[in-house]
Write a protein of this length. Structure first.
Length: 111
């Protein structure tokens, strides 16, 4: 019975999935316009991007080849952010500390 229902509603399901994929791609393209350098300091700012990547992962089989390619690139970027952001953040914080220390040094000239 479930198989009959699935066969009868196959077109409706395909349209629903296609609309969902389209909606996610539109959202994704908008998110890609964001400046991801903020995510280096606060990985949480990339959460909306990560959520779309995760949802597209479940729909991977319904993506067109160019969408799959973009998806693979986004997965790689996400993985890189997760793996490298802590180190980059450490370097940025060290840089800020050095600048604060340098600006606090008073120069006295002996004349």
């Amino acid at each position: 019975m479930l198989e009959q229902w699935a066969m009868a509603n196959r077109g409706v399901l395909a349209i629903t999935v296609a609309r969902r994929v389209s909606s996610l791609i539109i959202t994704w393209k908008g998110l890609l316009k964001e400046d991801f350098s903020k995510a280096l300091e606060d990985i949480g700012t990339a959460t909306p991007f990560f959520e779309v990547v995760e949802e597209l992962k479940t729909l991977h089989g319904h993506l067109f080849p160019d969408q799959r390619d973009l998806f693979r690139q986004a997965q790689a970027m996400r993985q890189s952010l997760i793996e490298n952001a802590p180190f980059i953040n450490f370097v940025l914080e060290a840089n800020k500390k050095i600048h604060r220390t340098a600006s606090s040094i008073k120069l006295d000239f002996v004349g």
